[in-house]
Design a protein around this ligand. Sequence first.
Ligand code: ATP
Length: 240
Amino acid sequence: MNVETTISTDIAPLHFDQVRFEHRGHRLLMPTSVTFSGCRRTLIMGPNGAGKSLLMRLAHGLLRPSGGQVRWQGATPVQAMVFQRPVLLRRSALENLTYVLAIRRVPRAQRKARALDVLERFGLAALSKRPARVLSGGEQQRLALARAWLLDPSVLFLDEPTSALDPAAIKAVEDAVNAFHQQGTRIIMATHDLHQARRLADDIIFMYGGQALEHTPADRFFDIPHSPEAAAFIRGELVW
Ligand SMILES: Nc1ncnc2c1ncn2[C@@H]1O[C@H](COP(=O)(O)OP(=O)(O)OP(=O)(O)O)[C@@H](O)[C@H]1O
């Protein structure tokens, strides 16, 4: 991470102004207005099918809204996204990283050392020569995070990155998320894991039925949720 990112507190706010998303006549995201600002860890929660991924993909620019506006207030910052199932190149773990450095025009002579450095940071040094696609789920997710690290993002989106992982691998991903955050990266992460949200979140957006029902600081969300749906979700009674 460069120094600017390390001390940055001025990441452009991201505004959703009455953003909606429709597909074949079905309204999948109701008109939604939220703002992501500062260097916070915002966790998007809600049951299956609530619209968490849709919100993330609209925010990252992977989907175009059917109406309303997704708008960065200021220069669009460097962003990275980590998915539930990592999308990795059919190359070694090391080459997945040197490829990113080549795209970023890092001089060839520096690429291998930088990539190895980051593999080491993410506990993957011993696996550097292994084909990325034969790595375990947890290792692949750490490689995806290592690749994101090389992009030096101001904003990191993570879409249920731990849903298929065991507790040790979940902890490794959460440690990495906190490392990004400590370096000054805004975190926007979807999860339906309440325990994970309690561990990580500064604030929570609660989605249900394509609606963002709440956007509140995490402690308030868990103590006094506004909506009956969120209250039921916290009690473990709302499965979908
Ligand atoms: N690109 C798309 N085109 C059409 N429909 C979509 C698209 N993306 C999602 N959907 C639909 O929108 C609804 C919400 O999906 P979304 O993936 O956002 O839910 P989610 O809250 O992330 O759920 P899960 O926890 O199961 O991942 C679902 O009914 C899904 O089938």
